[in-house]
Design a protein around this ligand. Structure first.
Ligand code: SF4
Length: 574
């Protein structure tokens, strides 16, 4: 990067942080402090922690009418390549959410786990207990490689799925920061004493240097027939090419990304583009080379346009590929013709191919909790305590219970039924494929509701789909409380994105495969108008679709102007 470029302030914070230490340890030790300073809060993201405050509590006043202090709390995100969580680790996270969190454990849209509502006093114990299960929060957030995603289905009829996971694990290992700051700050030694972090001994950070990356970097690994981890929405997507049952290599897709800043017209969502075909054993080298190109050429003066997608937009594919090849020290082959052709949700009972089964359980918005009618948290605890099976998190925020003997199935079904957890077959298609980000009250960036409004939106949509005899249609809907797009709202059939208080942008025309961007159909739609805005399009789809055409393909074919004209003519006739 040229010297004269004015760096964003965060670059100096990272550079001066003594490899992500900052003064986190000092502020952690200050008992009277209930939160961290702004600079440390930025560094904490690399440790997997988001400093938040209860947004609902902001509205409350003290008895004397003065504004209440912020109720600080932390989101603690665990980084889990491929979403693989051993039984003990899941039970530990469920226990932690009850002891220190808000009684819920959230499966993230990138196969991680999130604890919400942890206060500062309990942070260290929480992180220590997570690490005791061999999981870590380190690298779950921040300007580094995030959680590497991979299709979680435990399919064993051939070695391909295990090879995909191996690639994801190897990339995660190669791109994990080498600084020892995390263990020094959070992990106590055997005598229960925290190490002295004031004695700073720098280690070599071969990938990240002193400033780490300009912004986050996301990767995923999938197969053409099952893009369940949505790889085209990431900076790097590896699409496995299988011939005669053997994994022969990967198509490399680069430059996907969902985040948008409404105040910055220069920002945009992007679907990753095909760059090259590589051998299986080249995946780690290519991932490292791409990350290093991003490290050296990504925009460090403006975080809004710092993602790889903006570098690709500015350079073009030919220059980006050529630069990656320079870093790699060799050319890469032209891409294989394979594209994404399918997506699975992995819900319900499925054969693993080794005589055992796995069970995909639908978790509404990924929130594992007990409500009055559905006690998913208790059911999962009971089942996992009894059978100690490994579990996996999906990118649609659901959970897979793996390695189940056929003789155990009936009892597991009975436990779920006793706790009010419906089998996946009883969930509507639209519900199975829905996703919402947490938004209010925990996310500091949320503008509108998302997770808390989604059940009602789904209830209404189910009614309308049934009325239109469209209940069996595979329609994906993703909702977020702001344009940052954590639940990937710019590529499904329907995307709802919080724009201003109580109002949403409605996107249409994406697809469940994640291969196409949706278009802005209607902006600033009040919450109460979302369903009335969608109903005329559903009617139009029912009446005018081509045979076998999906809702997203229909909207894409008709285009925005035609759909808007239909909406306006229906409104005019009312
Ligand atoms: Fe928060 Fe926005 Fe992400 Fe939702 S999309 S979790 S509101 S940053």
């Amino acid at each position: 990067m040229p010297d004269e470029v004015k760096l964003d302030k965060s670059e100096f914070v990272k550079e001066d942080s003594r490899q992500l230490r900052g003064t986190i340890a000092d502020e952690l030790a200050e008992e009277e402090l209930d939160h961290f300073s702004k600079d440390n809060a930025g560094l904490l993201k690399h440790h997997g922690l988001y400093q938040q405050d209860n947004r609902d509590a902001r509205k409350q006043k003290n008895p004397d009418g003065t504004r209440r202090d912020k109720a600080f709390m932390f989101m603690v995100r665990t980084r889990i390549p491929g979403g693989r969580v051993p039984a003990d680790a899941l039970l530990a996270e469920l226990d932690l959410c009850e002891r220190y969190g808000n009684q819920t454990l959230r499966i993230t849209s990138r196969q991680g786990l999130q604890l919400h509502g942890i206060i500062k006093d309990n942070l260290q114990q929480t992180i220590r207990e997570i690490n005791q299960t061999q999981l870590t929060t380190f690298g779950a957030c921040g300007d580094i490689e995030r959680n590497v995603m991979c299709c979680p289905a435990p399919l064993r009829h051939n070695p391909v799925h295990d090879q995909l996971q191996q690639t994801a694990d190897e990339i995660a290992e190669e791109l994990k920061p080498r600084t020892t700051a995390y263990s020094e700050i959070w992990i106590e030694d055997n005598e229960g004493n925290r190490q002295d972090v004031s004695e700073f001994t720098p280690v070599d950070e071969p990938v990240y240097g002193t400033r780490y990356l300009p912004r986050k970097f996301k990767s995923g690994v999938a197969l053409p027939e099952d893009n369940c981890v949505d790889i085209l929405t990431y900076d790097l997507g590896l699409l496995g090419i299988v011939e005669s049952g053997n994994l022969v290599g990967y198509n490399v897709f680069v430059g996907g990304g969902q985040g948008v800043t409404p105040s910055a017209a220069k920002t945009f969502p992007a679907i990753a583009q095909k760059m090259a075909f590589i051998g299986v054993d080249e995946a780690v080298d290519v991932a490292r080379a791409l990350v290093c190109v991003f490290r050296d050429h990504g925009n460090r003066s403006d975080r809004k346009t710092a993602r790889l997608k903006y570098l690709l937009a500015g350079w073009g594919m030919e220059r980006l590929k050529g630069t990656v090849e320079e870093y790699l020290g060799r050319p890469m082959a032209e891409p294989h013709p394979a594209e994404v052709t399918g997506v699975e949700d992995h819900l319900g009972w499925c054969a693993q191919g080794d005589g055992r089964d796995f069970l995909g359980i639908y978790i509404e918005n990924g929130r594992i909790q007990d409500t009055e009618t559905v006690r998913t948290k208790s059911a999962l605890k009971r089942i996992v305590e009894s059978y100690r099976m490994p579990t996996r998190m999906t990118a649609q925020q659901n959970i897979l219970l793996c390695d189940i003997e056929p003789s155990q199935r009936d009892e597991i079904d009975r436990i779920l039924a006793d706790h009010g957890v419906a089998p996946a077959e009883e969930c509507s298609q639209i519900r199975r494929l829905s996703m919402a980000c947490p938004a209010l009250p925990t996310c500091g960036l949320s503008i509108t509701e998302s997770e808390r409004m989604m059940p009602e939106i789904l209830d209404q949509l189910e009614t309308e789909l049934s009325r239109h005899e469209l209940s069996d249609e595979r329609i994906t809907i993703h909702t977020t409380g702001c344009p940052n797009g954590c639940a990937r709202p710019y590529s499904p059939d329907i995307g709802l994105v919080g724009k201003t208080a109580g109002k949403y942008t409605v996107f249409l025309g994406g697809n469940s495969l994640g291969t196409r961007l949706a278009f802005n159909f209607q902006d600033l739609v009040p919450y109460a108008e979302i369903i009335p805005t969608l109903v005329p399009v559903l009617s139009y789809f029912r009446d005018d679709r081509l045979q076998g055409e999906s809702f997203g393909d229909f909207c894409d074919r008709k285009g925005r102007d035609d759909l808007v004209a239909r909406l306006e003519s229906v409104r005019g006739a009312e």
